[in-house]
Design a protein around this ligand. Sequence first.
Ligand SMILES: Nc1ncnc2c1ncn2[C@@H]1O[C@H](COP(=O)(O)OP(=O)(O)OP(=O)(O)O)[C@@H](O)[C@H]1O
Length: 253
Amino acid sequence: MTQSNTPSALLEARDLEIAFGGVKAADGVSLTVNDGEFVAIIGPNGSGKTTFLNICTGYLKPTRGTVRLAGRDITRLQPRAIARQGIARAFQIPQLFTDHTLIDNLMLSIAARRGIWQALTPLDRPAYRDEAMDLLQLLGLETHANALTGTLPEGQRKLADITLAFALNPKLLVLDEPTSGVSSIERFEIMETLMHAARQRGLSALFVEHDMDIVEKYADRVVVWSSGTIMAEGSPAEVLKDPRVLESVVGVA
Ligand SMILES: Nc1ncnc2c1ncn2[C@@H]1O[C@H](COP(=O)(O)OP(=O)(O)OP(=O)(O)O)[C@@H](O)[C@H]1O
């Protein structure tokens, strides 16, 4: 096998453990995301999916185990430091300044990435504006550049939030239910746009998703959570046929 065929690990979580009042939300969880890979996390409510994302992005510290990004231990870093290392997160509820325009939100994100001392200087600089417009074009939002984000329909607000994550120049996108709360047509539109943009930039993605049609179409690999552990893992075609997975996640035996 040539070296170029060997997948290169980007995110490596090993043996993670955390409990809340006796409930183990992560109980020996290990997961790798390779360069350029799209990995979906599925599992019933309360199984620990968001807890895993919180550990990987620095919002929770595990009592055991490590998280590495491109070989570097990031387990104890704060969320901001992890973002600087290359993990950008978009939340289930978009985190936009709703009374500011989309391009202002993006220029703020770009300025923040470049450092606080620059964030104190005027935000509207030609370099920031050009970069923001490039990102809006990449995510198909250029006609909404001057709209207040609070006035955007939900699907576009979600894409806008994802655009902010792209503005951090990440290696890995972490997305908590990127398609929740929108119509099924819009779900596929969001995923098509997101996948295209991520492939263009060579990014990997880790996303929690409840819609199995989305998982089947867009995930390279799917990982199934159950009570703080991983119960199954593999290609969507294999995993979504597994009777244990169907019973536990999809609710059909
Ligand atoms: N900050 C916290 N404090 C107390 N308990 C928590 C906390 N975060 C998560 N838990 C508990 O840990 C378990 C896993 O929760 P988590 O939110 O990770 O599950 P989930 O799979 O993301 O669920 P959902 O699909 O409903 O979002 C649940 O029992 C939850 O109540």
